[in-house]
Design a binder for this molecule. Structure first.
Ligand code: ADP
Ligand code: ZN
Ligand code: ZN
Length: 742
């Protein structure tokens, strides 16, 4: 047996694993994650390293392999826990150990460390005065200026003082050589918290909030660690509940991680945490440079931080005394990584909490089916908040059937009802949000007269219209010809749905002259903080109408918004994905939740071609549980997650024929592994975008009830791929229970 060892764990070029042999006294003792001392380099310098795995064989000359010296003394360092977590992720999600390590360990970028330099007076005042006299006497004006300034204030920042007094480096050096001053430097760890902490009022908790907090605390204070789901409508005070739980955990000397989707990580949200916890809070976000992120991790290790807020990657904050992980909006797809290892933050958080004596608190108004299912099975504990805590009743929701609208002669994207409601709002100087649901849109084909959607006869997901003129199923590869006449009603209004935010903006400008309109989509938010600026402008009522994609659904509170129009609710409903119904329900519910957060009750208009679809019906009724029951029936019937597990094998390569052959081989291999016929293996299919930049893509799906079996099959496939030359030109990735269309 050989131990695979990583030497410099935070190095930017973390890409090499060294092999060492294991001395007999450590045989069976060494474990993944352990910090060990090994001889390294030509001089056999004693160096620290981490065990990241074990192998039976080595590619090197076995005689030349060195031996592990010993286990490092303080070998319970936080890094070793993270290395352990990485090993779990590699196994659970696929990919290499290096990829997993790079995900969990903050990598030091070799950029210039930001340092502040200081000049310090190192003689006493009396000696200083004498020296000053001396300089003046010799007419050495620059030296005199610098010394006089330091006599006023003995330690000053180098750049500032030299600039202000106009003294050169030579002058400073002269004083340094004479022993009058010394230079010091201090590494600056960038702190993103630029604001002074201020105490925010803690509200008097509602009965429901109190109950949730107490249930959590009863367990926690007795040492019981669990996973909880705070299931509460938008505005029910979930964030207040998290903050109270965190405060109590901090009181015990523990630390907390709060995951919030990037898009909801707004100034408003973050300020609430600063208000409560002051500068013990730090944040991470994707706009930070790698250096800034690394600094945050260093601050954490230095013990300056107890609460870390950030998107998915904040999960790997190296807290030594982690006590709680909160995941807000736990249903969000951004919690799943799209790079190997394609981990899900929820599962990984539960794993990390389990090994570090911490609890996990998930929160959502529209929980993922996975989490609600886990509550039903008793794996998670549900904490329910049924009522809004602050101001505002839940809005009234109307569904407009766009097929009827068309029959009545209105071919516009805005229905008559919505148009009239917008006019009334503009007169009353209240604000309006128009939400264009484009999520997961993947070229489905539907009839605008009757709502008919072309679906795969085998998979019950919609077919995608490909550029080659065919309709294709992205799960099983089924193909059929494009159609021009609706098979259901004979109408010619059948085709793809193409309206974009810009068109809606133009239409709104024409229909409501004088209205001030803001548009938020990928185009208008490209600049840094562009997203925040638009929301800010709308919040301060610089516009009457905000038009946007799913980006507008999260983050800010807009108390003056009393009307939300959801255009094309169907777009996400017929994305060619088994999660389409769930995603649609979530988006509609969240969008509706934007209306009436202030004093007056809000109204919501959902425009759709399929008002009878349960996702839309239940969203209109704001009935999550009704939706859950209906959706679970579909998942059970089709064997989709969370009832069964789905493993996607994503294959890309430059040579189409070779890729097809390899995909078939891989499928046959999987079929052979599945001796007891416990899996359903479909594909290989060509996904919606079958080719990107001349790289072809294929996908194979394995479905089964047993996750462990799928992991086994995955491991065997990984070996098979590694030892077969035929796969060399391809990239193959595994994705368990995928969130997005490949
Ligand atoms: P959620 O996270 O569930 O959307 P928040 O915690 O953001 O809910 O609360 C919604 C609004 O209600 C916020 O403005 C918050 O300050 C306020 N709020 C929360 N709890 C209370 C309470 N117990 N009393 C008064 N206002 C509250
Ligand atoms: Zn039709
Ligand atoms: Zn199919």
């Amino acid at each position: 047996m050989y131990a695979d060892i990583i030497i410099d764990i935070t190095h930017e070029k973390l890409d090499k694993i060294f092999q060492y042999s294991i001395p007999s006294d450590l045989d069976g003792v060494l474990q993944i994650g352990m910090e060990v001392i090994v001889p390294f380099g030509r001089s056999n310098r004693e160096t620290k390293g981490y065990v990241v795995g074990f192998s039976q064989t080595t590619e090197y000359d076995a005689a030349k392999i060195k031996e592990v010296l010993c286990i490092a003394k303080d070998s319970v360092a936080i890094e070793s826990r993270l290395v352990n977590l990485a090993a779990w992720m590699k196994d659970y999600y696929g990919g290499t150990m290096i990829q997993a390590l790079k995900t969990v360990i903050p990598i030091k970028k070799q950029e210039k460390a930001r340092k502040k330099r200081y000049i310090r007076l190192c003689v006493d005042v009396e000696a200083g005065r004498q020296r000053l006299e001396h300089y003046l006497h010799l007419n050495q004006k620059a030296r005199a200026r610098l010394l006089a300034a330091l006599l006023d204030e003995p330690r000053q920042e180098y750049e500032l003082v030299t600039k202000k007094l106009n003294v050169t480096r030579t002058v400073v050096r002269a004083l340094e050589e004479q022993g009058i001053v010394s230079l010091e430097s201090e590494q600056v760890l960038r702190n993103p918290v630029r604001h002074k902490s201020r105490r925010e009022e803690i509200p008097e908790y509602t009965k429901e909030q109190q109950h949730a907090i107490e249930q959590f605390w009863e367990d926690y204070s007795q040492g019981i660690r669990r996973t909880y789901l705070v299931y509460g409508v938008t505005g029910s005070g979930k964030t207040e509940v998290y903050m109270e739980m965190i405060a109590r955990v901090l009181d015990e000397g523990r630390q907390a991680i709060v995951l919030i989707p990037e898009i909801a990580l707004t100034y408003q949200t973050v300020m609430r945490f600063y208000g409560r916890f002051g500068d013990r809070v730090s944040i991470l976000n994707s706009r930070m440079s790698q250096g800034e992120r690394y600094d945050q991790m260093e601050r954490v290790k230095a013990g300056e931080v107890d609460v870390m807020i950030g998107p998915r990657s904040a999960l790997f904050t190296p807290f030594p005394r982690l006590g709680l992980i909160v995941i807000d909006e736990e249903h969000e797809t951004s919690y799943k990584s799209e790079q190997a290892p394609r981990y899900h933050a929820r599962e990984t958080a539960i794993r990390r909490a389990g090994t570090e004596d911490a609890s996990v608190v998930l929160g959502s108004a529209t929980p993922s089916l996975e989490s609600f299912y886990a509550c039903k099975k008793g794996d998670f504990q549900i904490l329910e908040l049924k009522k809004r805590a602050g101001a505002g009743e839940l809005p009234a929701v109307y569904v407009v059937d766009m097929r009827k609208e068309m029959k009545a002669g209105n071919r516009s994207i805005i229905s008559d009802r919505l148009k009239n409601l917008i006019k009334a709002r503009l007169e009353r100087h209240e604000q309006i949000m128009l939400f264009l649901n484009r999520r997961g849109y993947a070229g489905f084909v539907s009839c605008r007269s009757c709502g008919y959607v072309v679906k795969c006869p085998h998979c019950d997901v919609s077919l995608s219209s490909h550029r080659n003129g065919k309709l294709v199923c992205h799960y099983c590869g089924h193909e059929e010809a494009q159609i021009t006449v609706c098979p259901s009603c004979g109408s010619q209004y059948i085709g793809g749905f193409r309206a974009g935010t810009q068109q809606i903006e133009e239409l709104a400008a024409r229909q409501f002259p004088g209205a001030r309109i803001l548009r938020m989509d990928l185009d208008t938010t490209r600049t840094k903080d562009g997203h925040e600026k638009i929301l800010e402008a709308f919040a301060s009522e610089e516009a009457d109408i905000l038009i946007g994609t799913q980006m507008i659904v999260k983050g800010h509170d807009f108390p003056n918004v009393t009307l939300v129009g959801i255009l094309a609710a169907d777009m996400s409903l017929y994305s060619n994905d088994y999660r389409a119904g769930e995603r649609t329900f979530q988006l509609l519910t969240q969008a509706a939740g934007r209306a009436g957060r202030g004093r007056s009750r809000g109204e919501v208009v959902i425009q759709t071609y399929s008002p009878e679809h349960y996702s839309i019906e239940m969203a209109a009724a704001q009935d999550y549980e009704g939706f859950y029951d209906a959706e679970m029936k579909y998942r059970e019937l089709m064997g989709y997650p969370p009832v069964e597990q789905l493993l996607a094998v994503l294959m890309t390569g430059p040579l189409e024929e070779l890729l097809d052959t390899a995909a078939r081989y891989l499928k046959d291999f999987a079929v052979r592994l599945d001796k007891n016929r416990q899996l359903q293996i479909v594909g290989p299919a060509s996904p919606y975008v079958g080719k990107v930049n001349d790289v072809y893509r294929r996908v194979l799906y394995l479905k089964g009830a047993d996750y462990k079996l799928l992991i086994e099959v995955k491991n065997r496939m990984e070996q098979y791929i590694e030892i077969n030359e035929g796969f060399k030109t391809m990239r193959i990735q595994f994705d368990f229970n995928p969130m997005n269309i490949f």
